[in-house]
Design a protein around this ligand. Structure first.
Ligand code: FAD
Length: 389
């Protein structure tokens, strides 16, 4: 019998598997498709505090994420790299120069004023060397630093680390039924054509946009939190990669959009489109592609060929607020009737390690006593070969 079973091989699931194995627990992780096949390969690929979350007052989220960014830059130097970000200010942009300066000052403070937290207003000569098509009416350009990653490669690397600490990966294997009886769980899963079962003491549901579907398969029944799925699309253009990440304001609705280097081309994203239905069917819509092409064409030259597009689903708590203002922190949900089942809703790629530690803190009173074997704050993360899942 395993101490802990994790459902979902996205960044949150592998993070929990790594932290639990490091804490000395026996761990099994089920992934129905491939590692990072869900949202964790469809993000904006930033390891960042999230400058724009300051606008919705999410200071604690930003601070935690900046601390994790600093750590990941040390632990995963081949996977997480610091890159310059440019914020152009034109007469028509709604975020004024003083607001951006104030936001970046707060961002630097939340990042402990380290070297990586520095920002500058660029001088005229530097601005003229940027890729922007209109530099004449530019009022200012601010440069600061944040980090970029390959989300799928990072997820695979964290799973590799978990396995080195003893965690087991079952993939592809879809969990179809979770039954709680006599203080333990029976987990039924489908692997190829076979139905199999394993036993564990505690279950962590890290199924991303599928979390509530996984809760539907729990017996006895447990209540769920009401969530909205919100699709975010990115497009990839053949235009050579820019020398940094541009943080521009969409002329259509004033949303912040990133234009960034990605695999030799240019990636533009993202959107916020309500999504209903099976998460497996999330795909870029024509309207979203048109919106992103328009944003790109507004700021940059070139009729570029679109070489790819992808979309992922945010899991956001259902409130009366617009999606842009909804909290982006992870919600850890344990229902009083079944405390040994913990469900993770939402969250950021950046905060996966801190979230995993929080998950274990909450579960520790239910788990058996074990001797820790490692500390995830000290474990280096290296790229793994492409044959690994
Ligand atoms: C458009 C967009 C951009 C984003 N950009 C950023 C960013 O730049 N930086 C950042 O920090 N965060 C970003 N995020 C947030 C971040 O990407 C997500 O929070 C994170 O990837 C979610 O990981 P997860 O493990 O919870 O879910 P997922 O990656 O979706 O993983 C869940 C996994 O569970 C598996 N699964 C589901 N059901 C079962 C089952 N029954 N049995 C077995 N396996 C199952 C799925 O196959 C899937 O692989 C972004 C999110 C979106 C949508």
């Amino acid at each position: 019998m395993y101490d802990l079973a994790v459902i979902g091989g996205g960044i949150q699931g592998v993070g929990v598997a790594q932290a639990a194995a490091a804490a000395g627990y026996s761990v099994i992780l089920f992934e129905q498709d491939g590692l990072a096949s869900g949202t964790s390969s469809r993000s904006s690929k930033l390891i960042h505090g999230g400058l724009r979350y300051l606008e919705s007052g999410q200071f604690s989220l930003v601070r935690k994420a900046l601390l994790e960014r600093a750590l990941l830059l040390k632990l995963a130097p081949e996977l997480v790299k610091l890159v310059p970000f440019y914020i152009p200010v034109y007469p028509e942009t709604s975020r004024r120069s003083w607001q951006i300066r104030a936001g970046l000052s707060l961002y630097a403070m939340l990042g402990n004023f380290t070297h990586d937290a520095r920002f500058t207003k660029l001088d005229r000569d530097t601005v003229s060397g940027l890729e922007l098509k209109n530099t004449t009416s530019l009022q200012a350009v601010y440069r600061y630093f944040d980090a970029q990653t390959d989300d799928k490669a990072l997820t695979r690397s964290v799973m590799q680390s978990a396995m080195e600490l003893g965690a087991e990966l079952v993939c592809p294997a879809r969990v179809i039924q979770i039954t709680h009886q006599q203080h333990q769980f029976a987990i039924a899963y489908q692997q190829q054509d076979q139905e199999k079962e394993c036993q564990c003491k505690v279950v962590v549901n890290a199924a991303g946009p599928w979390v509530n579907r996984v809760l539907d398969s729990v017996s006895p029944e447990v209540p769920k939190l009401e969530m909205d799925l919100v699709q975010g699309t990115h497009i990839v253009l053949s235009q050579p990669a820019p020398n940094g990440i541009y943080y521009v304001e969409a002329p259509q609705d004033r949303r912040a959009v990133f234009v960034m280097p990605w695999q030799g081309g240019t990636m533009v994203g993202t959107t916020e489109t309500p999504f209903l239905g099976d998460p497996a069917n999330s795909k870029p819509l024509d309207d979203e592609i048109e919106y992103l092409l328009e944003v790109y064409g507004h700021y940059f030259d070139g009729q570029d060929e679109m070489t790819g597009s992808f979309s992922g689903l945010r899991v956001l708590p259902r409130t009366n607020h617009h999606y842009f203002h909804r909290p982006r922190d992870t919600i850890l949900y344990q229902h009083a009737s079944l405390e040994s089942l913990l469900t993770l809703y939402g969250g950021k790629l950046t905060g996966y390690r801190a979230t995993a530690l929080q998950v274990l803190k909450q579960l520790r009173p239910i788990l058996p006593a074990r001797k820790p074997i490692a500390d995830t704050a000290k474990l280096m993360l290296n790229p793994v070969s492409s044959s690994f899942n």
